[in-house]
Ligand binder design. Structure first.
Ligand code: MBD
Ligand code: FE
Length: 288
């Protein structure tokens, strides 16, 4: 079943984007090959439950606090915000574990707003955008190589990012389906050249359960502006990454803890035309 499209008449809301992300996850196939060995389930669930009990005992958690937690967890589900909650506060550690062996790029979290099978184009290319798309034009170029430095001909770069208002197509209303999403095929030298616009800093929805927690705790809801990528080539490990823009006020305190120094772009004035350009090379590890 494909997810219900978010209609134009709906306002952008935490529940609309949360439920779209939940539907996306359900149909992503990510659970198809999960094997839950009993000892592993028992150990992991047991440790999580023990950690929560230790906090209750050490911090002398009251019934009021316990009931607030219960109400909040119920609301996370109602708002469809389990993908958002987990991707913001836990995925970065899972990503660290999954990629620590790599000699090439280690990457960053996928987040809740990836959509597979975006329309494919050969490079040089321009990502799908509205005729009046707001934002600074950005030329994003580079080369995909293997860990020996050999170019990976025909590597695929999937790119998705928020618009100038911080909204993602298919997760906010009134945006064309594949807006600021695309799959780009590199040339024989593994080189790619993609024209897009610079995304805005992103504030996670403030009107849902995650926003309620952030407000109650006095935290902020910001992620620095970022490009999302998946870079792939046959025989190589899929790289999921994000790239960031120097000078963003939230590069050092990303709510999703997903920035890394090596993921910072070097932004230069465009050599041709308006806007800016940046070159970033990817190195993919072989599948062993
Ligand atoms: C995003 O755009 C994002 O990348 C993450 C990780 C969480 C929420 C929104
Ligand atoms: Fe994002």
């Amino acid at each position: 079943m494909t997810p219900e499209p978010i209609t134009e008449t709906e306002a952008a809301s935490a529940a609309a984007s949360g439920n779209a992300a939940t539907d996306r996850f359900r149909q992503s196939g990510k659970l198809a090959h999960v094997e839950a060995a009993q000892e592993r389930v028992s150990m992991l669930a047991g440790r999580l439950i023990k950690a929560a009990n230790d906090i209750v005992l050490e911090e002398k958690v009251s019934y009021d606090e316990y009931n607030a937690l219960k109400a909040w967890l119920i609301k996370v589900g109602e708002d469809g915000e389990w993908p958002l909650f987990l991707d913001v506060w836990l995925e970065h550690s899972v990503e660290d574990v999954a990629t620590s062996h790599r000699k090439g790029n280690k990457g960053s979290i996928e987040g809740p707003y990836y959509v597979p099978d975006a329309p494919e184009q050969k490079c040089p290319a321009t990502i799908e955008m509205r005729p009046d798309e707001a934002g600074t034009p950005l030329l994003f170029q580079g080369q995909v190589r293997d860990t020996d430095g050999a170019p990976l001909a025909g590597a695929k770069i999937e790119l998705w990012h928020a618009d100038e208002e911080g909204f993602y197509s298919q997760f906010a209303p009134g945006i064309p389906e594949w807006n600021l999403r695309g799959s780009f095929i590199a040339d024989e030298q593994g080189r790619f050249e993609i024209h897009t616009i610079q995304p805005a800093p992103y504030q996670i929805p403030t009107d849902g359960a995650c926003g309620q927690l952030i407000a109650a705790a006095g935290w902020h809801a910001w992620r620095p502006a970022h490009l999302h990528l998946k870079v792939s080539a046959p025989g190589h490990e899929l790289l999921t990454a994000q790239l960031y823009f120097p000078g963003d006020p939230h590069n050092e305190d990303d709510i999703a803890t997903a920035t890394k120094p090596e993921l910072m772009l070097d932004i230069q004035p465009a050599a041709a035309g308006d806007g800016v350009q940046t070159t970033y090379d990817f190195v993919l590890d072989p599948v062993d």
